[in-house]
Design a protein around this ligand. Structure first.
Ligand code: HEM
Length: 417
């Protein structure tokens, strides 16, 4: 194996390639992550079709990198290891990804983040509470008579899509399209999600087209939604560039959607696999907010985010060269025993559960964190009240991805109403 000459650690043979999706085909590779944390916490991971990247697996290093956007840039190459690895080949889509909030550095990032931040403040977010509860009840009503359902498709998937549509102001009539596109985008990630990966090839084109149409409508008649804010924003008298508007729409749909879905489904799965925790939660629903934090940690729905070094530097004694890709593995950092005692236990009473990095930390900390927390909390409040004996049957089908941790399906059983 040829290593760049600034890689000073010995390549630990036997630690697997984190770009190999097979490693993620049955959930996160906790064993490989544990060995990396212990033996090579700043690990050079070669790439078959790229220059390679640094895999960062310890909590302290992930936090330090995230809090230093000057040294570790998002704008220099975006937040994926490579577009290839995500199946994003369309140049217009790549351009939009490079212009979205997640691909900006300060000071530009601060300006754009301030534009949308008001829509996510706790007061505004609380306005959605009642609607979210109504939607959850409607979803549970639909499965109640059957005593069995697919938790992912019937319960966890529709809720975040509904919430995002409300936030963005997508009219009822168009919501089926959003659901369809978000599934098609998943086909890019995991070809066995659909019969053929071609299904996903034009998905971004369709999303951009829709975004353009709805933003044009909101320019004529602004409403009280996030799309109106973006469509009508001017910076120094200029409207936002089209690629930024395209990127905004896609980022919102992708960032807020599978992440929340997978945390809700992964939470139900964890409660099944740790039945004493499920019992504890049923007996004391006041534990729900802390259980939500533990679900976020335990699921780590976004497995990694990437940065790029802007100059020669060091991470925990390892030399990093300018332009090196630095990939932070939240799925590893959130199980770092330096921070979380008995990290592989799902423990809803964990006193520092909220210290997880599932939403990132620092400059790009998830702007939708409160919306996500509220949806997960309400979902479990309603599930406890309604189906306290719900259990997964153990027939999980995982998403084959090293970026998003999730399941394609998870049958559950419960006492029918
Ligand atoms: C459980 C659910 C969620 C998880 C685990 C999650 C996780 C994350 C992570 C890890 C980041 C990047 C942090 C970084 O690079 O430092 C992020 C950023 C972001 N998230 Fe979330 N997210 C969730 C839900 C949401 C929701 C519901 C929305 C929108 C309604 C949302 C919108 C965003 C946006 C716009 C960014 C980019 C922020 C920036 O660049 O400043 N996310 N999220």
């Amino acid at each position: 194996m040829n290593l760049p000459n600034h890689v000073t650690h010995r390549y630990p043979l036997g630690i697997s390639d984190l770009n190999n999706l097979d490693l993620f085909s049955a959930g996160q590779p906790h064993d490989a992550f544990r060995r990396l944390r212990e033996e090579a916490p700043v690990f050079w991971n070669p790439e078959a079709n790229g220059p390679g990247f640094w895999a960062i697996t310890r909590y302290a290093d992930v936090a330090q990198i995230s809090k230093n956007p000057r040294l570790f840039s998002n704008a220099l190459g975006g937040h994926y290891i490579s577009y290839d690895s995500m199946g994003i080949t369309d140049p217009e889509a790549q351009n939009a990804f490079l212009h979205m909030l997640l691909a900006m550095d300060p000071p530009e990032h601060n300006v754009h983040r301030r534009l949308i931040a008001p829509a996510f403040n706790p007061g505004i977010v609380r306005k959605f509470e009642e609607g979210i509860r109504r939607k959850v009840r409607e979803l549970l009503d639909a499965v109640a008579p059957h005593g069995v359902c697919d938790f992912v498709t019937d319960i966890a998937t529709p809720l975040p899509l509904w919430t995002l549509s409300e936030l963005l102001g997508v009219p009822e009539a168009d919501r089926q399209d959003i659901i369809k596109w978000s599934n098609e985008a998943l086909a890019l990630l995991d070809p066995d999600y659909f019969a053929s990966p071609e299904v996903g090839q034009h998905v971004f084109e369709k999303m951009f087209g829709y975004g353009k149409r709805i933003m044009a409508l909101r320019r004529e008649h602004p409403l009280d939604d996030l799309t109106s804010v973006m469509a009508n924003t001017r910076i120094e008298g200029e409207a936002l560039p089209q690629a930024t508007l395209d990127g905004f729409f896609v980022l919102m749909i992708l960032a807020g959607n599978e992440t929340t879905r997978n945390t809700i489904a992964g939470g139900m799965r964890a409660l099944t696999e740790f039945p004493e925790q499920w019992r504890l939660l049923r007996e004391d629903p006041a534990l729900i907010p802390n259980a939500v934090e533990e679900m976020l940690r335990y699921v780590s729905a976004i497995i990694y985010m990437r940065r790029t070094a802007t100059e020669d530097t060091e991470i925990s004694g390892q030399k990093i060269r300018k332009n090196d890709k630095v990939v932070m593995w939240y799925g590893a950092a959130n199980f770092d025993p330096e921070i979380f005692q008995n990290p592989y236990d799902f423990d809803i009473t964990r006193s520092n559960a909220r210290d997880h990095l599932a939403f990132g930390i620092g400059q790009h900390f998830c702007i939708g964190s409160q919306v996500a927390r509220m949806q997960i909390r309400i979902m479990f409040e309603e599930l406890i009240a309604r189906f306290p004996d719900m259990q997964a049957t153990g027939e999980y089908r995982y998403l084959r991805s090293n970026h998003l941790s999730g399941m394609k399906s998870m049958p559950v059983v419960f006492s029918a109403e």
